[in-house]
Ligand binder design. Structure first.
Ligand code: BTN
Length: 257
């Protein structure tokens, strides 16, 4: 059981998570917040679910998470300034926040994998899915969905990248309430940077991305491209170098080699 009081004591934010919804079971926390009809429209609303029946991953994959053991939650942003043109940098700010929170609380060394996976010892500990809804050509709601494996010890099934959790890496359970509050506290600070100094977010993100400079392959559906991971541009696109040509990549799963 998630202890709302313990979470609240640790939450230091001004608006992120101040409207907090706790759900025992739901289809998907992202789908919930994307839907205007749910009436939870405050900027910074957070919904946490103990179990998702249709948890969504990137590229139409399914996000599996054992009930009550991990953190599966979504954050709603409706602030017009942020939604105008900051989608990609918010994406980086989200994975950076998860990585910083894990390092602060548990001193586990994390790595960030483009576009937004968080890894520990080469295994995936968290995944992030951004989704948006628009009216006309204006983005109205941006939902940042985060799945972080906290206390799950066994993972069954076929995975793109081998999964892990804080418990597996530390050999002891972690406190979900403290972890969630830490992520939200850091995310709110990082969002301030998104507006004021987005280049700092990108810089900190790149420091944690160990694939830059390496030979990689990028797969998108049937399509695989090879080259050197040259850099990430100011818009968040991966720059793939092949001979002396640079190609900007918008989507894909990156692997070494
Ligand atoms: C990925 O790595 O493929 C992204 C996974 C994102 C999972 C989270 S769990 C909370 C939120 N609700 C969802 O349906 N998906 C995201």
């Amino acid at each position: 059981m998630f202890d709302l009081e313990a979470f609240d004591i640790k939450l230091n934010t001004e608006y992120i998570g101040r409207n907090f919804i706790y759900s025992d079971e739901i289809d998907s926390t992202n789908s919930f917040l994307l839907n205007k009809g749910n009436k939870s429209n405050n900027n910074g609303t957070v919904i946490l679910a103990e179990k998702q029946n249709k948890g969504k991953g990137r590229k139409d994959r399914v996000w599996y998470s054992a009930k009550g053991q991990n953190l599966t939650f979504s954050i709603l942003l409706t602030d017009k300034n942020l939604l105008k043109d900051k989608y990609n940098i918010i994406n980086f700010a989200a994975s950076l926040s998860v990585s910083q929170a894990i390092e602060n609380l548990y001193q586990l060394k994390t790595e960030l994998k483009w576009p937004n996976d968080v890894l520990v010892n080469g295994k995936k500990i968290a995944g992030i899915l951004l989704e948006a809804s628009s009216s006309g050509n204006k983005m109205e709601r941006l939902v940042i969905g985060i799945g972080l494996n906290v206390n799950q010890a066994l993972f069954q099934g076929a995975f793109n990248i081998e999964p892990t959790s804080i418990k597996v890496e530390l050999n002891q359970s972690a406190e979900r309430e403290r972890m969630l509050a830490e992520i939200l506290n850091i995310f709110e600070e990082n969002l301030e940077q998104v507006e004021e100094r987005p280049e700092e977010i990108l810089k900190d993100w790149k420091l944690r991305c160990r694939m830059i400079g390496e030979k990689i392959s990028i797969t998108d559906g049937e399509n695989t491209k090879y080259g050197i991971f040259d850099d990430i541009d100011e818009n968040g696109f991966l720059m793939l170098k092949n001979r002396n040509r640079i190609e900007k990549i918008h989507f894909g799963d990156v692997s070494l080699g």
